[in-house]
Design a protein around this ligand. Sequence first.
Ligand SMILES: NC(=O)c1ccc[n+]([C@@H]2O[C@H](COP(=O)([O-])OP(=O)(O)OC[C@H]3O[C@@H](n4cnc5c(N)ncnc54)[C@H](OP(=O)(O)O)[C@@H]3O)[C@@H](O)[C@H]2O)c1
Length: 310
Amino acid sequence: MKALGYNHYGKPDVFEEVTMPTPTVGTDEVLLKTKFVSIHPVDALIRSGGFSGGHALNQLLIPGSEVLGEIVELGTDVQGFAKGDIVIGKPGRAGYADYVVVHQSKVFHKPKDMPNEAAAGFSGVGNTAYYTLFDFGNIQAGETITILGASGGVGSIAIQIAKNEGLHVIAVASEKNKQYVLQLGADEFVDYKQPSQLEAIHDRADIVIDASLFASSAESGLALVKDGGRYVTLTRSPEAPTGKQIDIIDMRRTPDMTDKKAMDYLTALHEKHPVHVKPTALFPFSVKGVVAAHTALEDGSLSKKILLEV
Ligand SMILES: NC(=O)c1ccc[n+]([C@@H]2O[C@H](COP(=O)([O-])OP(=O)(O)OC[C@H]3O[C@@H](n4cnc5c(N)ncnc54)[C@H](OP(=O)(O)O)[C@@H]3O)[C@@H](O)[C@H]2O)c1
């Protein structure tokens, strides 16, 4: 099979194509023929050596934690799936490949009627939004929530969950995405490039979540929380003193963050009212394609969910 990976950290051009044996399934695993691979901001952070602690890699790393694919083989103990099913797979890694093995607990049926492209990038951002709001944010009906990065993959789902739970939503994104976030249900829109607009929402939110790309809003975001409020960050804790009592919650994955709990909620939400997933941009499954995809992700100007089409 074909895979895309790298054996040293660096810029997007570290990627190379490798040919390796197609993996075989264990008793509780499925083999997926990949159709789409979801590219996450964290993939770029890992590739650049952001989590390396200064150590060299010196071995082949095939990234890819989320794919959409067709089941082509099942282990003997797998239940609830059949050959030919198009499913969401969360292999954790090694998804930048045309075949990938996934444990059955990390395989999910697509929400009903959700197109393949949307479903391909849905679970990672959806589950993150779910845990950010419920388990870390402890959102309550009637509260005001300000979402930084509201037009992003995580932020756009967060708007829809927050509205479903009865919160007042202030969406912070760039002007080009104003109509998009309002259509998703946000009550108010603020352009993060306009300091006066940001100033007008200082001290308004019971809870702020920072889902901006690479935590670009970390410092300015604290000013938006009211005294006694909560600030949940997805990547980096702000350090600015505020003179306010703010509970700063740094989101970390814990064993309790099972994909199933979040997917059950999101699937039910989708059946009640179709969940809109950030529009996608497709890149080819090739070295050229993955280099362009990572470059576009880091640049941040595309405002699309980035996928490789296999
Ligand atoms: N801890 C976890 O488990 C976890 C999981 C998933 C993601 N994350 C993190 O969450 C963040 C969002 O992920 P995503 O997949 O939703 O990313 P995304 O789709 O690329 O969305 C990024 C958002 O950030 C906004 N943005 C870009 N530049 C900005 C700036 N300079 N200031 C303020 N906002 C800016 C974008 O707004 P416009 O496009 O409107 O300009 C967009 O709304 C990333 O930092 C990611 O690493 C964490």
